[in-house]
Design a protein around this ligand. Structure first.
Ligand code: ATP
Ligand code: MG
Length: 500
């Protein structure tokens, strides 16, 4: 299994500081089970078990001061060598200066699950100024809640001071969404304000101990995504947590706890209230997670695919567009699995392509000249979606390059193909072309021709070229007839029409 650590129940020593009354560390850790009332024949009755479970599983309403479970390496299996050198050094320096310092959050979760973490975040009781003073190459960032970026070799570590959970006086909007959480707090409070139990784990590289306030290790080993506190309240505070629940369950193969899952359908509308940039960040994480296909399926299962990414709505409702996008996402997942780089430009080019096609078709139907009409359609779509999706100028440039290449794959005569394969975006453009063919938008003949062309030696390439003037003449003759495939573009143009 991908899960490191020993999933069997076992007693363990360590500091064993679990609070019996609260029953923390209950599941999976016999040491901390509260005493049982014996039923008949010495076995606990079902109602006692239910009572026990309630006691053991109770959380959220409990004060954040409860002592955590200290879980030794024998149980979770994470050795310090799996933490990046920079993160280890950062924790070490902070601890040497008398502070608490741990690797926290997603990295600990991923390490226990046997996944390579994307990055290592550090949590500490040192203030940002104290952190800053300990590392020459560091800077304080963020105005609302300051964190410190510490540079170690080629790594940048994000070091955050423990933050408090939301209190009664937290500033919220009219839907209950938290607008500000910028108060320093204790480590227990820092754990309590995190979203899921599996995300509230702290790893101490010095002792290889995982500090677990909310049964996160047991939940992870039992493959359950459980919320810290009342899920309804936590979704109200931050609706993005619904999206995170789906993303993390897809990434880690976790089952949503019924209490996490049940409210989503009814509360999905709260997502409309979240700033677009925030939603977009989480959506990008989802699309680049390496589990995009699974995540999008799960979004649908939970009724969450509407309004998340406006373009996803549009696309998933056109049969051809859906197939295209899902193939693109499968390709993205395969690239992540192979450790290849991902380009946001390529991804957005695929997500928006069917909108471009629709806009292009509309323009051609109005009699515009095909190629200029394509450029107009591209700008039109990027103008509308670009702002919504926070697409930067540079990414917009990449997107346009890929789209603009598409009609150029039609030209297979003379010097055109030789020039095309020299272009920096040729590979991306070709992959995109292939995707269009695989999704049924165009025939396979054009990508197959290019595939042959790329594989051939120079002499064979020359022989493959189409006659220089043939396509034009042929198109002229066939005017009025319905041409097939993407090659139809030029044939449909009224001669000398449009304003180009
Ligand atoms: P990934 O592996 O994709 O980065 P992650 O869980 O690390 O997943 P981040 O956005 O990097 O996600 O967040 C880091 C940590 O911050 C989380 O593990 C969690 O403890 C906390 N966190 C993030 N978003 C929220 C949220 N919306 N509410 C509460 N806690 C959050
Ligand atoms: Mg993270």
């Amino acid at each position: 299994s991908a899960y490191a650590g020993n999933p069997q129940k076992r007693n363990f020593s360590g500091s064993g500081s679990c609070n019996r009354r609260r029953g923390c560390g209950g599941r999976g850790f016999q040491l901390s089970l509260p005493p049982l009332e014996a039923g008949p024949a010495g076995f606990p009755s079902p109602s006692m078990i239910r009572k026990l479970l309630r006691r053991v599983f109770r959380r959220g309403e409990s004060a954040p001061s409860g002592a955590p479970a200290m879980i030794p390496v024998a149980h979770h299996g994470v050795r310090r060598e799996r933490v990046s050198p920079g993160a280890r050094r950062t924790c070490d320096t902070l601890q040497q200066a008398g502070h608490k310092a741990y690797v926290v959050g997603g990295a600990v979760r991923d390490l226990i699950a046997g996944i390579e973490p994307k990055d290592f975040d550090i949590a500490t009781d040192a203030t940002p100024e104290q952190v800053r003073s300990l590392f020459r190459r560091s800077r304080i960032i963020g105005r609302r809640f300051q964190i410190v970026h510490v540079m170690q070799g080629g790594e940048t570590l994000e070091v955050s001071t423990f933050r408090a959970a939301h209190g009664e006086h937290t500033l919220k909007d009219e839907h209950g969404r938290v607008l500000r959480d910028n108060v320093f707090g204790t480590m227990a409070e820092d754990a309590a304000r995190r979203d899921f139990t599996v995300n509230a784990l702290y790893f101490d590289p010095a002792t290889e101990t995982v500090i677990d306030y909310h049964h996160g290790v047991a939940d992870l080993q039992q493959k359950t995504l459980r919320m810290i506190g009342d899920p309804r309240l936590r979704y109200r505070e931050d609706p993005v947590r619904m999206l995170r629940a789906v993303r993390l369950s897809a990434k880690l193969g976790l089952t949503l706890d019924p209490a996490v899952r049940a409210p989503i359908r009814g509360m999905a509308d709260l997502m409309e209230n979240v700033p677009a940039a925030r939603l977009f960040d989480e959506m990008l994480k989802l699309l680049f997670s390496g589990h995009a296909v699974e995540a999008v399926h799960r979004l649908r299962d939970e009724g969450l695919h509407h309004g998340l990414l406006p373009l996803l709505d549009v696309i998933l409702e056109q049969p051809l567009g859906e197939k295209f996008v899902m193939l693109a996402l499968a390709g993205t997942d395969a690239r992540v699995a192979a450790g290849k780089s991902l380009s946001p430009g390529y991804l957005f080019a695929t997500l928006l392509w069917h909108e471009v096609l629709a806009a292009w078709e509309a323009r051609k139907a109005r009699g515009e000249v095909p190629i200029p009409a394509l450029y107009e359609a591209m700008d039109e779509v990027l103008e509308v979606q670009g702002e919504k999706l926070a697409i930067t100028r540079r990414i917009a440039g990449d997107i346009k390059d890929i789209w603009a290449l598409q009609p150029r794959f039609e030209k297979r005569a003379g010097k055109y193909p030789y020039r095309l394969i020299e272009l920096p975006r040729f590979r991306a453009g070709y992959d995109f072309l292939l995707l269009r063919a695989e999704s049924g938008e165009i025939g396979m003949d054009v990508p197959e021709w290019w595939d042959d062309f790329l594989r051939s030696d120079p002499a064979a390439r020359d022989a493959m070229l189409l006659p220089e003037s043939a396509p034009r003449k042929k198109r002229r003759r066939s005017r009025g007839r319905r041409a097939s495939g993407a090659g139809a573009a030029e044939g449909d143009a009224p001669e000398g029409g449009g304003d180009a």
